[in-house]
Design a binder for this molecule. Structure first.
Ligand SMILES: Nc1ncnc2c1ncn2[C@@H]1O[C@H](COP(=O)(O)OP(=O)(O)OP(=O)(O)O)[C@@H](O)[C@H]1O
Ligand SMILES: [Mg+2]
Length: 360
């Protein structure tokens, strides 16, 4: 289970090349060692997005009222009890207009299929992500979870099937375009710019929001200076939100492993995603750290984001998700509320052979 990823995770940082993201071999793929080339340049999605005028509502007030009307609602007292600074939450909340109502389908994955030679890594998989929910994507090792993320976010071109965001197909788009459209993700194996500070890593994600041109930036015209200040403020708010603000000025490669995982989430949030896709964000964590991370994920949702969460640990995922999709050998074998999933004989049988701890 998640323990077997520990070996894959980058813990030796001394030889990370300048400008390379931390953990250049992605997505647990060192295991077979045959996919690295496919991932070359994968981190480009974070690099210098051009401005996208119109992506944010002109003069938007900074909050999308629909996003706040979450099914779970925002329990301000509970958030405060968890130590969430509500003013920070205000800055961190999504700013983007989303074309579907809370509870409606924000993402539709339809008959998604990915073949690697003779291997059907993802076989005709169909599911929805509803706006405002935390959807779990679970399954044993090699079930196709990361492949599903990769096909959704433009890392792999699906062999067939499609992915719709707010009813629009995002098939065939490049990764950075899909990120800008609102599907942000983290990686199973951390990818950060090791020679940049934590804050710089987040500001790179925020670049998508900038509206000034390179010329204005070079001349340091007032619009640019204002945007730069706003980017630093929001970057700091995001670092605070994920709990690592005091490390803002440390090189990301010097951060402890758990902080790097949190930084990845902050950077993904900086792109102002409509859907935040997290690929085993708690891999390599001890139970207490996992619990803390799940609290953060709940807070992210309470703040108005929609989350797709890959997690191995059934027990953990049961406690945080609203709904769960289960994959086994590339096929969807179950889709339902945690309670139903826990009792589903196919799911129980898929997890037989996994360590008892991880079976709810
Ligand atoms: N680029 C690739 N080329 C060939 N095979 C691949 C590639 N990517 C994934 N696979 C294979 O596809 C299957 C699904 O892998 P995937 O990484 O999606 O599983 P996963 O559910 O994320 O597993 P884990 O829990 O171990 O991360 C595996 O058999 C894997 O070896
Ligand atoms: Mg995986």
């Amino acid at each position: 289970m998640s323990g077997d990823h520990n070996e894959d995770l980058p813990r030796h940082t001394a030889d990370w090349p300048v400008g390379e993201p931390v953990g250049t071999n992605g997505d647990g793929q060192q295991k077979d060692g045959h996919h690295t080339a496919e991932h070359a340049g994968e981190h480009a999605e974070y690099g210098g997005h051009p401005a996208e005028p119109g992506q944010h509502l002109a003069g938007d007030s900074g909050r999308d009222p629909g996003a706040l009307a979450q099914p779970a609602g925002i329990d301000e007292q509970a958030l405060a009890a968890q130590g969430v600074d509500l003013q920070v939450a205000e800055i961190v909340a999504p700013e983007r207009e989303i074309g579907v109502k809370v509870g409606d389908n924000l993402v539709e994955v339809r008959n998604l299929t990915v073949k690697f030679g003779g291997l059907m890594a993802l076989d005709n998989v169909t599911f929805d992500i509803k706006r405002g929910e935390i959807l779990g994507l679970i399954g044993p090792n090699g079930a196709g979870k990361t492949t599903c993320f990769n096909a959704m976010t433009g890392v792999y071109k699906p062999s067939s099937g499609k992915v719709l965001l707010e009813g629009q197909s995002i098939g065939g788009q490049k990764q950075h375009k899909i990120t800008r459209m609102g599907l942000a993700r983290t990686f199973q194996n951390i990818r950060l710019f090791g020679e940049m500070t934590a804050l710089e890593n987040v500001v790179v994600g925020l670049d998508a929001r900038h509206k000034t041109s390179v010329g204005r930036a070079l001349l340091r015209l007032p619009t640019h200076v204002r945007e730069e200040k706003a980017a630093i403020e929001r970057g700091m708010a995001l670092l605070d939100f994920v709990g690592i603000a005091e490390h803002a000025h440390f090189l990301s490669r010097h951060l402890p492993y758990g902080h790097q995982r949190r930084l990845e989430i902050a950077r993904a949030l900086a792109t102002d995603p409509k859907v935040l896709c997290l690929d085993e964000p708690a891999a390599g964590f001890n139970p207490a750290e996992k619990e803390e991370l799940m609290t953060l994920i709940r807070t992210i949702r309470s703040d108005g984001y929609t989350v797709l969460l890959i997690e191995h640990d059934m027990k953990l995922v049961m406690g945080v998700t609203d709904r769960i999709v289960v994959l086994e050998f590339g096929k969807k074998i179950a889709d339902g509320e945690p309670r139903e999933i826990r009792e589903d004989p196919r799911v129980i049988s898929a997890y037989l052979g996994e360590p008892e701890d991880d079976v709810a």
